[in-house]
Write a protein that binds this ligand. Structure first.
Ligand code: USQ
Length: 417
């Protein structure tokens, strides 16, 4: 199968490209290094050094004999997208080409606008390139569980049957996201659903929870094939951050009361889920929505589990609740359905003590590279402009602003990203 991976340089895109290439598919990975660029601009580089995409593809081929084609370009530029799609003629497009960070989208107007423009345009261009050149192509889009928010009712798998005044209709499940980034994913879903209804596109929208992990069958072949592993406050997701904090001897940064529950999954299960969605595609005119996670944890539970395993390995892991830089419920009902991917054949890898210990051991190999100034939150949901305060590990946490401030309590303008 010809599989086009948009965002092929990313934390998920690169492992996905290797996975599909290893299965014998013809893979083209496309990326414009947006995430690398904005990570650099925000002093949020990943823990390991990741060679550029061409170099990684060469390394991967040297190890496995499988070739990943690479094109560097901007999917939010329709001329580029159209050229890629018309020349490669994909049977499947896996679309990861989005600004992936909730905190980044909340920094200020330029970052919000970049997130909105990039994420909507890459999706819109994907839709139109498919309509014009490969109308049968299956689009597998990475959405997020964050589209649903944390409503006080059960979360269905994408759709809900509503009865109203004696009549019934099925609708997209109501969505209310907690960041602009998550909101762009809602808008993506609406765009896709519109073109499924009107033009018969075939789409799978995967509502994914936070992913953790470094190791995959292919990434383990060579350190330079590892995915970009972020632990900073902007691009790092909570489990990966806690692993690095545990190794660095920094108290685990539980935001607020820590009762926030999310659905988590191992990086290897992302690969499995995407492969299952690709192998068993949606039909033409079908908007298939699958919730993509394997286990539910509160932030407190995650912190305690990392602490227990870390301490058993000789680390001295502390947990410290800090003021929550985000606006989110810290205690809430959370009961999302998770059955579609299991029915497709997913065999989950759970977050066992052994898995945690293996990830901690991997991070320990890179202990010297941990930059502690990237740990505390620098972005607050409360502001609309000068909202970036230099967080210092020794600084007090300013509860009112919900963001780490230096000891004198003054926001460090110099730290404006
Ligand atoms: N959290 C902490 N301490 C930290 C970091 C995070 O308590 O040091 C909390 C957050 O407040 C939140 C939860 O952990 O309640 C998850 O945060 P996260 O940063 O791991 O995940 P999030 O920003 O929601 O976004 C990540 C990915 C995003 C994906 C999403 C799935 O970056 O691309 O869409 O997970 S979900 O969270 O289900 O929307």
């Amino acid at each position: 199968m010809r599989v086009l991976i948009l965002g092929g340089d990313g934390y998920l895109g690169w492992p996905t490209a290797m996975h599909f290439a290893s299965c014998g598919h013809e893979v083209l990975a496309v990326d414009n290094y947006l995430r690398r660029t904005i990570a650099l601009q925000t002093r949020s580089e990943a823990l390991m050094t990741n060679p550029d995409l061409h170099t990684r593809a060469d390394l991967f081929e040297a190890h496995t004999g499988f070739r990943i084609q690479v094109q560097i370009g901007d999917c939010s530029d329709f001329l580029f997208m159209e050229k890629v799609v018309s020349q490669f003629v994909p049977e499947t497009i896996v679309h990861y080409a989005e600004q992936p960070s909730a905190p980044y989208s909340m920094i200020d107007f330029p970052e919000a606008r970049l997130t909105l423009n990039n994420n909507l345009n890459t999706t819109f261009n994907t839709i139109w390139a498919v309509l014009k050149h490969v109308p049968q192509c299956h689009i597998v889009k990475l959405g997020t569980m964050g589209e649903y928010g944390t409503p006080n009712i059960d979360i269905e798998e994408g759709w809900i049957q509503i009865k109203h005044n004696g009549r019934e209709e099925k609708f997209l499940y109501p969505r209310q996201a907690g960041s602009l980034y998550h909101t762009t994913k809602i808008l993506d879903t609406d765009l896709l659903w519109f073109y499924v209804r009107t033009h018969g596109l075939r789409v799978t929208d995967l509502m994914q929870g936070p992913v953790y992990g470094i190791s995959t069958a292919q990434a383990d072949l060579d350190e330079r094939l590892m995915p970009n592993f972020h632990y900073d406050d902007i691009f790092g997701t909570v489990v990966n951050r806690f692993l690095v904090q545990a190794v660095a001897g920094i108290p685990l940064t539980v935001y607020g009361r820590g009762g926030q529950v999310r659905g988590y999954l191992n990086l290897n299960d992302t690969l499995q889920c995407v492969a299952l969605a690709v192998d068993k595609p949606a039909a033409c005119g079908e908007m298939r929505i699958l919730n993509q996670f394997t286990e539910l944890f509160s932030v407190n539970e995650l912190a305690e589990r990392v602490q227990t395993v870390g301490n058993a390995m000789g680390l001295n892991v502390q947990i410290r609740a800090i003021a929550n830089p985000r606006k989110e419920k810290e205690e809430h009902y959370y009961n999302p359905v998770f059955s579609g991917l299991l029915q497709l054949g997913l065999e989950p890898h759970f977050l066992t003590d052994d898995v945690l210990a293996a990830m901690l051991s991997q991070v320990m190999r890179f202990r010297d590279r941990i930059e502690t100034s990237r740990i505390l939150p620098r972005v607050s949901w409360n502001s609309t402009g000068n909202l970036v305060a230099e967080a210092t590990l020794h600084g007090s946490i300013h509860a009112e602003n919900g963001v780490g401030l230096p000891p004198d309590g003054q926001p460090a303008i110099a730290a404006k990203l």
